[in-house]
Design a protein around this ligand. Structure first.
Ligand SMILES: Cc1cc2nc3c(=O)[nH]c(=O)nc-3n(C[C@H](O)[C@H](O)[C@H](O)COP(=O)(O)O)c2cc1C
Length: 361
């Protein structure tokens, strides 16, 4: 083989490589077109709202990076949310959403603030949202997004007016349902086609994003991967705990006795997790001895984690607070900017498509 021949082959190869990358981009854009259109973002990646973490800085950074940031209003009053939305809007001119927990005692007040501030998307999470809340959001001109833990509920929510659905599997961080993302996706994606469906839980790399898009998802939602963004205000000790943890460290909160149900929350196991087990044991013993009513015993168990997420995220108490994290925490290896995280995810998805094309697929 002559040197000229090799050189001309290289010249041929370069444009082909660029073409492959372009083809891959076109293909990815086709796959998540519905999600991009629905969100009004360049990339159909929602930043999963995380109480205390998803405030103005991280939300704006995700939206500025082409994703779709979502403010977590779980710990906010309507007044605080009003200020947070206004502050976020000074940091980005791209669209972002607000996540509202349906059990919030001021649900209507929070929705009204979103509407008055012309927030484009309101995500209702944490329990079945009342149809009236969905109607209030839509009538006020915003788009209503709802979480569905099963196919029947997804269908019901669509009938009630939900304009998009998020399905979140048990690999996720924070409050979780019993079914894995992989199974939920197979249960819901082939059947709910009327509205865009976003898949959440356990997604840490672009290959996984691509596979859910190919199964019919309009887009994805990631929480854990964004905790260690440079722009995230999470305490350095909270971030360090994420960087050190592996997937198996992120476990659901333990429950000792079915008579005293524990709301399952996935978090990195720490000394507080052990104290939670000890507390349950002590409370159940007092109940058995007749020193506590069942109701009071249940309340004591429920109160254990009150304020625990704030203590860990804001104060950096990683031993006594709650280190809510998904299993994808094992894929968090360093601090990165939000744009680097999103670029990396997209590059991983594109690499799969390119490799396939190279093989002639
Ligand atoms: C620290 C933390 C706090 C969270 N808080 C909320 C919340 O307030 N509301 C909500 O709907 N989801 C919450 N989530 C779930 C995320 O929005 C997202 O759906 C989830 O993290 C996706 O799964 P992943 O962690 O595997 O990426 C939280 C998750 C984490 C890790």
């Amino acid at each position: 083989m002559t040197a000229e021949f090799i050189a001309s082959e290289r010249r041929e190869a370069r444009p082909h490589g660029i073409e492959l990358r372009e083809d891959a981009r076109v293909e990815l854009d086709r796959l998540w077109a519905r999600g991009r259109e629905f969100l009004g973002s360049e990339r159909a990646v929602m930043g999963g709202a995380m109480t205390w973490v998803s405030e103005r800085n991280l939300v704006a950074a995700i939206s500025n990076a082409g994703g779709f940031g979502v403010i977590a209003s779980g710990s906010m009053s309507p007044d605080l949310l009003d200020r947070e939305i206004a502050a976020t809007a000074t940091l980005t001119d791209r669209p972002f959403g607000v996540n509202i927990i349906t059990m919030h005692p001021q649900l209507d007040g929070l929705i009204d603030v979103c509407l008055a501030r012309m927030v484009s998307h309101v995500v209702l999470a944490g329990g079945l949202p009342p149809s009236a809340a969905i109607a209030r959001i839509r009538d006020g001109g915003a788009r209503a997004v709802c979480f569905a833990p099963a196919l029947v509920i997804a269908r019901k929510l669509v009938r009630s007016g939900a304009e998009a659905i998020v399905i979140e599997g048990s690999e996720a961080g924070g409050h979780i349902g019993p079914v894995s993302t992989a199974v939920l996706a197979q249960e819901v994606l082939p059947h709910v086609t009327e509205v865009p469906v976003f898949v959440a839980g356990g997604i840490g790399r672009g290959e996984a994003i691509l596979s859910y898009l190919e199964m019919g998802a309009a887009g994805v939602q990631l929480g854990t991967r964004f905790v260690c963004a440079h722009e995230s205000i999470a305490h350095p000790r909270f971030k360090r705990a994420f960087i050190r943890a592996s997937a198996r460290d992120a476990v659901p909160s333990p429950q000792l006795d079915t008579r005293f149900p524990v709301i399952p929350v996935r978090a990195i196991a720490n000394p507080a997790t052990e104290r939670f087990v000890a507390t349950q044991r002590a409370v159940i013993e007092r109940f058995t001895r007749g020193e506590l009513s069942q109701k009071d015993a249940q309340l004591e168990i429920e109160h254990f984690w009150a304020g625990a997420l704030r203590r860990a995220v804001i104060d950096g108490d990683v031993e006594g607070g709650s280190l809510m994290a998904g299993q994808s925490v094992g894929l968090v290896t360093r601090e990165q900017s939000a744009v680097d995280i999103l670029d990396e995810l997209v590059a991983q998805a594109l690499a799969v498509i390119e490799a396939r094309r190279r093989r002639g697929g």
